[in-house]
Design a protein around this ligand. Structure first.
Ligand code: ATP
Length: 394
């Protein structure tokens, strides 16, 4: 599989790392997603390299490459090299893992056996390696990953895999949906293990899986799988998705990881349980806003009313609620609000001598008028402001 090495070896950053590995004579391998994707005909710039040793000569060599940023070794024996063109290489000491009890983080020990490092991984398709040094290009596939990749199977490496780490259940779904693969019989037997152990893991780990799904083009299919397999329900019985709410997801854009909350929303529309979990201030606000919208008797019948009530509400929550409650005006408001920016500022009004609450009220009126498409230039904003001030002084 020398073509793999050839395809990457001249790229800035990768070239230096490969050079240092050879110079320091470090037994080393490309592993994981990059190998899998290569066999699928794709190239990725997030590379994983496993080394059998960290000789000082290697670390020195890497540090001498001024263009490379090498981040600190973590307790899990890893280094990250950030590539100048974007992407990164994660360098990890080959290790074996032991799970002290189901769902716990693993106890990690170094190993000099490649098959032990590959054997701690999630699925056969992620447990293949291409040697860098000494035998450049040699392919290692102790678990039959290549056959599974060709046949489209997501297969765990051992029985009880999801018991060790139930987040692998989310990973299985991610790969199955992304590649259109099927779960092998051994994987099918793991769902019960995942459901049994999920309640024991931190919400942070589930959140991370949702974050990873957020930017996948088929994220909605993944969420439907999570629903079908009742994974979140096992985390807490009240996390049961509303099928109607799942249908909304394709209609709300997601732009970055923080939009994971949208994917989670269908599972917690009517339960306060979500507020007992670890959330950032922004995440908490999203769910609070969503609940407030869903429980509101009357969302508003005009842009003025909607703006008065929901102006500080998270736009994603607005979009979700508008679709869920079939409220086209709220939907239009949410969409237009994104694109509406006033040229007149609060400071401008204060400089005119307007004070207190009045500033906010005038800005709101200007904003709604602009949102309706009636103010298309600064002149029109100023003219409208003039009318407001004239009327209020009469
Ligand atoms: P992608 O980024 O396309 O999802 P990847 O394979 O690069 O795929 P990472 O999450 O970056 O995924 O993980 C790198 C490798 O580490 C995986 O290929 C897999 O071998 C291993 N791995 C990651 N998470 C786990 C896990 N929870 N259990 C076992 N092995 C894992």
């Amino acid at each position: 599989m020398i073509e793999f090495i050839q395809a990457y070896q001249d790229k800035p950053g990768i070239r230096e790392v490969l050079h240092c590995l050879k110079q320091a004579q470090v037994r080393s391998y490309f592993v994981g997603g990059a190998v899998r994707d290569w066999l699928l005909g794709e190239r990725t710039w997030d590379l994983d390299i496993v080394v059998m040793d960290w000789p000082p000569a290697f670390v020195e060599c890497i540090r001498r490459q001024m263009s490379l940023h090498l981040s600190e070794a973590s307790p899990f024996l890893t280094y990250r090299v950030v590539l100048p063109s974007g992407g990164h290489i994660d360098l990890a000491r080959a290790r074996k893992e032991r799970y002290p009890h189901p769902g716990a983080l693993p106890e990690v020990k170094p190993t000099d056996q490649l098959h032990e490092d590959l054997g701690r991984r999630d699925f056969t398709i992620n447990a293949m390696a291409i040697e860098i040094y000494p035998d450049a290009g040699r392919f290692h596939d102790p678990f039959g990953g290549r056959t599974d990749l060709s046949a489209g199977w997501i297969r765990v490496l051992h029985q009880g895999s999801f018991q060790d780490d139930p987040t692998r259940a989310f990973r299985a779904i991610r790969y199955a949906v992304r590649f259109g693969f099927h779960y092998a019989p051994e994987t099918e037997q793991e769902w019960d293990h995942a459901r049994a152990v999920l309640p024991e893991i931190s919400f942070e780990r589930i959140k991370n899986e949702f974050k990873r799904m957020t930017l996948e083009s088929q994220a909605v299919g993944m969420v439907q799988e999570i629903h079908r397999l009742q994974l979140l329900e096992s985390y807490h019985p009240e996390f049961r998705a509303q099928p109607e709410a799942l249908k909304i997801l394709p209609h709300i854009p997601r732009t970055d990881e923080s939009d994971w909350v949208l994917l989670f929303a269908p599972f917690c529309l009517h339960t306060p349980k979500i507020f007992e979990l670890s959330l950032t201030r922004e995440e908490r606000k999203f769910f609070q806003d969503l609940h407030a919208l869903l429980h509101a008797q009357d969302l508003g019948a005009t842009f003025e009313e909607i703006h008065r009530r929901w102006k500080s509400t998270d736009t994603r929550a607005l979009r979700f609620a508008a679709l869920y409650k079939r409220h086209p005006l709220l939907q239009e408001y949410a969409e237009k609000r994104e694109q509406t920016r006033l040229s007149i500022t609060g400071q401008y009004l204060r400089d005119l001598g307007i004070e207190g609450q009045k500033v906010g009220e005038i800005l709101d009126r200007l904003f709604v008028e602009k949102l309706k498409g009636r103010l298309t230039s600064l002149q029109e904003e100023l003219r409208y402001l003039h009318d407001i001030l004239l009327k209020s002084s009469q």
